[in-house]
Design a binder for this molecule. Structure first.
Ligand code: UDP
Length: 483
């Protein structure tokens, strides 16, 4: 008997509206599309330009990726029209409303799924309702977290065992239980939403999202096995959830596109200006400083960074997360004149991937966002770690303690990155960490290790590599389910 051929596998992607989650999900869609899978990405207005641009570029490679616009229900929750990305959220009150709006997206997504009839829904962790919506359509829901196995295991363990409840002060350290390594943390370094008794909108959302994850089909992780093998195994075998490691997803851009045309880097001229500046610098002589897309430091913290960098006497590129037309009264007097030739300040958005891949960049002072860490590793650049919020304090432990590819600047306290008000890391600590790293002896060993990991990252995504094979296995499983 002849069997009916299955229709082309079709995956629907639902990214959370923040660059650190949207960018890797776009890359993930590109990866699936490069294997002949039809992909559709649902996006709100704020996210759509970057997605459209990436889709446009991908069409040149024959990839089948579509964009579906959904309307963010700003008005319904009392937010001004146009506030449809976390980058616009500046107060606790706005955050509460924003999180409520996320829940209201459910019905729209249900409608578009009905129209498109995909075989699978890959939705960000925070869309807790996505598991039930997928169940209605009898399709698997895969969870995307935007972080790696180490942080996933550590967060899960913290939530299960609540070790921070057994110490007497916020600064007393405790061991995160039942992990392959002895990892010490303090309550100060934990996100408030990890404490189960929290009553904020975010606490409630995280609780629902965790429950939905338990009922989901599994998770896709932007990581590669060789980076954190014990934790990839621990997640699967001990914590008992199906998972696929398919990263670093950002490498698909380097393999397949001209760097300047990635769609997220800014104009070709801006990228070129930055690369020209780097071309005039010696091998490994520049520190690249960037705190991701979300962290908004107070002016007083920016002043500390400016003085710390100046005193370090090192060459640097510093990305200041402020719009170009923001008032710049915070700059120390004469700072830009004094650093001319030595330091480049980029306002707003920097072409991070081409910068990290430039041979003049010798260190990456990073807030330890997971994408940044993977990008640093892939480019073979050792790190100076300055975690601020989210999963970043866990990621710092992976970099400094487990992988041995970075040193800590000494940040001690988890803070809400979008509402920062104080200068918690002082200029002396910044100077010490930067100078200590750039002229110290440890950097060569760290560079050797991170270069080796970078090679492994490229091997993982190349044909036959661990991430390539896990993606193949996932596609085969989804195709089987969809037939
Ligand atoms: N990024 C960039 N230019 C910038 C700031 C960030 O290209 O000026 C990119 C960076 O390469 C990474 C993402 O934005 O892919 C930030 O993600 P990450 O997880 O590092 O931090 P988050 O923004 O989520 O805190």
């Amino acid at each position: 008997m002849e069997t009916k051929p299955c229709r082309q596998l079709h995956i629907f992607f639902l990214p959370f509206m923040v660059s650190g989650h949207t960018l890797p999900l776009i890359d993930l869609a590109k990866l699936f599309a490069s294997r002949g899978v039809k992909c559709t990405i649902a996006a709100t207005h704020a996210n759509s330009p970057i997605i459209s641009k990436a889709i446009q570029t991908s069409k040149g490679f024959g990839f089948e990726i579509d964009l579906v616009l959904i309307k963010f229900p700003s008005n319904e929750v009392g937010l001004p029209e146009g506030i449809d990305s976390t980058k616009f959220v500046r107060t606790e009150e706005m955050r509460g409303k924003f999180l409520k709006a996320i829940t209201l997206l459910e019905q729209q997504v249900e409608r578009v799924l009905h129209q498109h009839q995909p075989h699978c829904l890959v939705a960000d962790f925070l869309f807790h309702w996505a598991t039930d919506v997928a169940t209605k359509f009898k399709i698997p829901r895969l969870v995307f977290h935007g972080t790696g196995f180490f942080a996933l295991c550590a967060i899960k363990s913290t939530m299960m065992y609540q070790p921070h409840m057994k110490v007497s002060s916020d600064s007393e350290s405790f061991v995160v239980p039942s992990l392959p390594d002895e990892i010490k943390m303090t309550q100060n370094q934990l996100a408030p939403f990890l404490t189960l008794n929290g009553k904020t909108e975010l606490n409630k959302l995280i609780k629902k999202s965790r429950e939905a994850e338990e009922r989901s089909y599994g998770i896709v992780v932007n990581s590669f096995y060789e980076l954190e093998p014990e934790y990839a195994d621990h997640y699967k075998n001990v914590l008992g959830k199906k998972s696929w490691h398919i990263g670093p997803v950002s490498l698909c851009n380097i393999v397949e596109e001209d760097k300047a045309e990635r769609g997220r880097e800014g104009s070709v001229d801006e990228v070129q200006a930055c690369l020209n500046w780097l071309n005039s610098k010696r091998l490994n002589s520049v520190v690249y400083i960037c705190f991701g897309s979300m962290t908004k430091f107070s002016d007083s913290q920016l002043v500390e960074i400016a003085y710390g960098l100046e005193a370090s006497r090192q060459k640097f590129i510093w990305v200041v997360n402020k719009e170009r037309n923001d008032k710049e009264e915070w700059f120390p007097e004469g700072f830009e004149q004094r650093i001319e030739g030595k330091g480049l300040v980029i306002r707003g958005w920097a072409p991070q991937l081409p910068i990290l891949q430039h041979e003049a960049v010798g260190a990456f002072l990073t807030h330890c966002g997971w994408n940044s860490i993977l990008e640093g590793v892939s480019a073979g650049v050792p790190m100076i770690t300055w975690p601020v919020s989210a999963d970043q304090f866990y990621n710092e432990k992976l970099v400094t303690q487990i992988l041995g590819i970075g040193v800590a600047v000494g940040a001690q306290k988890w803070e809400d990155g979008s509402l920062l008000s104080e200068a918690s890391v002082k200029r002396e600590a910044i100077e010490k960490a930067v100078t200590g790293f750039m002229v110290g002896e440890k950097q060569e060993d760290m560079r050797t290790r991170v270069l080796a990991l970078g090679m492994m990252a490229r091997g993982a995504v190349a044909e036959g590599g661990s991430s390539f094979s896990d993606l193949t296995a996932l596609i085969e499983e989804l195709s089987f389910l969809g037939c």
